[in-house]
Design a protein around this ligand. Structure first.
Ligand SMILES: *Cc1c(COP(=O)(O)O)cnc(C)c1O
Length: 349
């Protein structure tokens, strides 16, 4: 860092994204992307939109919010589009950081980074021994709460009834439910936003809608919370979602059936992969997202990571003590997963 960097950032540790290797012919299953391409409508829409790149984009993402609202049965006024869901999460931490936040000790790594960035106090609540969230730990705790549902990297979802109890018991605090993986399993909390003024749901097009590279996410909440988010958005970057991405997102929503059939394929392949791993003696945690979190007594998490990499298969390993024996394996195509299982068999035999 330079000597000019503000003091308040001098001890900041940034988020470490999963690597994006440039090597060809690898099976890249480390950042929870869909293995399938976007629908054909997306590239056509992007091409058409590119002809208007001389113009600023629509700051309200009007057509996209209308299509998305119709798809989710939510009024467009209750939706804000952002540059990935990381941006809506950043806005929310920034807006509500006067009060401390609470979230699971094992969850999306960005939550602690946002707290560090905005100097927000936080409490990490330990997952239980089975790496699940104990809902009682969050009942009436009087802190802002962020829960990824399904949680990452465990792949376990809480039932909606537990989410509702958590939201209802903390009426003076914001509860953010990060639904990055909801299209792969679990029950959405979107239906609760009119009942609870303290609830915000965040979603992304990066996982189930195959648009990780386009950077598109959104928040869903009542109009007052959306106004808070707009305040931050218009104070940082009003043009936060560029016109190519808006066009891509609109075309994706209009071809939602294609993506839902992709998600069905992922769920089938997930079931195949989980049972194949269990047959090999692996412990597999949750099956609610588009990844599995697996460990084995026969090989350490780190060794498996290394040996798979030698075979051009990239998965994600986290070094936190409680989960260092696990790897997070993003579900790919059936063929990719068969190759993975074959390689793991060779490695552990
Ligand atoms: C991937 C992910 C996000 C961020 O996704 P974007 O690409 O920024 O939309 C947010 N939360 C969780 C739990 C994720 O896994």
């Amino acid at each position: 860092m330079s000597r000019f960097l503000s003091q308040r950032f001098s001890t900041l540790t940034a988020y470490t994204p999963g690597e994006q290797p440039k090597i060809k012919n690898i099976i890249k299953r480390n950042t929870n992307e869909l293995p399938y391409p976007p629908s054909e409508a997306v590239s056509a829409a992007v091409k058409e939109s590119s002809e208007n790149l001389n113009r600023y984009c629509d700051i309200g993402c009007t057509r996209l919010r209308e299509a998305l609202g119709a798809n989710l049965k939510v009024a467009p006024e209750k939706i804000i589009m952002t540059n990935g869901s990381d941006e809506i999460l950043n806005f929310a931490f920034m807006a509500y950081g006067d009060k401390p936040f609470a979230f699971p000790d094992i969850s999306y790594g960005f939550y602690t980074v946002f707290c560090a960035l905005h100097k927000i106090a936080y409490e990490e609540i330990p997952l239980n021994d089975e790496l699940g969230i104990n809902p009682e730990d969050y009942i009436g705790i009087g802190k802002n709460i962020v829960i990824a549902n399904p949680n990452a990297p465990t792949g376990l979802a809480l039932p909606l009834s537990d989410i509702e109890r958590i939201v209802a018991s903390n009426p003076d605090n914001i509860v953010i439910i990060d639904e990055a993986y909801i299209d792969f399993g679990g029950e959405s909390a979107i239906g609760l936003i009119d009942r609870y003024e303290n609830l915000m749901v965040t979603r992304t097009f990066s996982k189930s809608f195959a648009l990780a590279g386009a950077r598109l996410g959104f928040g869903i909440a009542n109009e007052k919370l959306i106004a808070d988010m707009d305040l931050i958005k218009f104070s940082t970057n009003p043009y936060n979602v560029n016109s190519l991405t808006q066009a891509a997102g609109l075309a994706a929503v209009e071809t939602a059936d294609y993506y839902m059939s992709c998600c069905d394929k992922i769920k089938e392949t997930r079931a195949y992969t989980a049972s194949a791993l269990r047959e090999l003696g692996f412990k597999v945690i949750g099956e609610d997202a588009n990844f599995l979190f697996a460990s084995s007594d026969k090989i350490s998490g780190e060794e498996l990571l290394t040996k798979l990499r030698e075979r051009a298969i990239i998965v994600r390993h986290f070094s936190a003590e409680r989960i260092k024996n696990y790897n997070r394996i993003t579900i790919g195509t059936r063929e990719q997963m068969e190759t993975l299982i074959k390689s793991i068999k060779e490695i552990i035999s």
